[in-house]
Write a protein that binds this ligand. Structure first.
Ligand code: ATP
Length: 362
């Protein structure tokens, strides 16, 4: 294990901010701390960096207690949202500053500067002034600077927070690849191990090998992006990952498992439940078809198509089921852009895949 946190707690002014966080990170992993504003992500990252002391709990790096180790001896790289480059120095000057502090000679520094600039796609930028660079380029230089000394662990706080959407999307796709590739070039064959903080689930999904979803100072769920998407544990995680179709109901049949709700009965994916149990259902956004699907069993419901929102590769479509004035349900489903949809206000039959209809913890 590279990094182990045991029951980390932190209070500011008697206000508990972290309430017992335990996690383990293996060498070469890219891990995201994902959660809403104020849940304690940055505080946790700062504790790992050594910029903040925990109120209680242990941190181990390769089995060694970190508590007494000052920031500069940890050998961790830090990248923050505002990238804090040093404008009077050019790109090379910014990147090699840390290497100089570590006593690297000029030749070795120049080689490493070339390597990390190549990694981030800025070969030849050595002599550029910082103010001549775009926001995205500055962010890459900050990343190159933090990678240059081949950090034992890289910590990134909202690394793409200040970039516009298009640039974020591009850097998101590239960051994971850069970190994996960096390992080989920087003598860390297992890859660079990184922990990054974000409140953007798309960013976490795109970059991380594993995600820790945090809420109010605790980890709600951890898992690979695929596992979190397929099996969000509870309502908080599901909503935070952008899933909205959540309905309460009662288990009325086990084989096949079926849940009765105010809006009809839903077939669900098999899992431990008992007849009569009250449950919360999540219907994932890809669950719905407008034509009878090839699978044997599915839930069939009538709904009014209320709204279509074009999202590029897919369409985000809202349906409404109204039993009476006070009993209404909105459901949102994704359809590929090539699926032709009826006009809004048309009543349709939706066919829902039970495999995408799961039970959540409350
Ligand atoms: P964001 O996404 O908004 O940055 P976060 O999840 O990273 O949020 P933190 O920055 O860890 O959250 O802050 C968690 C809580 O701790 C906040 O309520 C914040 O005000 C409080 N806090 C953080 N640092 C301090 C401090 N030095 N003194 C007092 N309170 C603090």
């Amino acid at each position: 294990m590279l990094l182990e946190l045991h029951k980390i707690e932190k209070s500011f002014n008697d206000q508990p901010i972290l309430r017992g966080v335990s996690l383990q990170i293996t060498p070469g992993e890219i891990v995201a701390l994902l959660g809403p504003s104020g849940c304690g992500k940055t505080t946790l990252l700062r504790i790992i960096a050594g910029l903040e002391e925990p109120s209680s709990g242990n941190l181990l790096f390769k089995g060694e207690e970190l508590a007494e180790m000052p920031v500069h001896e940890r050998g961790f790289g830090l990248v923050f949202q505002d990238y804090a480059l040093f404008p009077p120095k050019d790109v090379a000057g910014n990147i090699e500053f840390g290497l100089r502090m570590l006593g690297w000679d000029a030749e070795k520094r120049a080689i490493r500067v070339g390597q990390v600039l190549e990694l981030v796609g800025l070969s030849g930028f050595e002599g550029r002034e910082i103010h001549e660079l775009s926001g995205g380029e500055q962010q890459r230089v900050a990343l190159a600077r933090s990678l240059a000394p081949s950090p034992r662990l890289l910590l990134l706080d909202e690394p793409m927070g200040s970039l516009d959407r298009a640039l974020r999307d591009r850097l998101m796709r590239e960051l994971g690849a850069i970190l994996k590739e960096a390992g080989g070039m920087l003598d860390r064959p297992e890859g660079i191990t990184a922990v990054f903080v974000t409140h953007d689930q798309e960013e976490a999904f795109a970059v991380a090998d594993r995600i820790f979803v945090m809420n109010a100072g605790l980890i709600e769920q951890e898992g690979t992006p695929a596992i979190l998407y397929r099996k969000p544990k509870n309502v908080f995680v599901a909503r935070f990952l952008g899933m909205e179709n959540i309905i309460k109901g009662k288990v009325v049949n086990l084989e096949p498992p079926r849940v009765s709700t105010s809006f009809g009965e839903f077939l669900i994916s098999p899992g431990p439940c008992d007849i009569g149990q009250h449950v919360t259902l999540l219907i994932r956004p890809e669950a719905a078809k407008l034509h009878i699907p090839v699978i044997d069993s599915y839930t069939e419901i009538r709904a009014i198509l209320a709204n279509i929102s074009f999202r590029g590769r897919y369409q985000d479509v809202t349906f409404e089921i109204a039993i009476d004035e006070s009993t209404r349900l909105s459901l949102k489903f994704d359809f590929n852009t090539d699926v032709s949809l009826p006009h809004p206000d048309t009543e349709v039959t939706l066919y829902l895949d039970p495999a995408s209809t799961i039970v959540l913890e409350d």
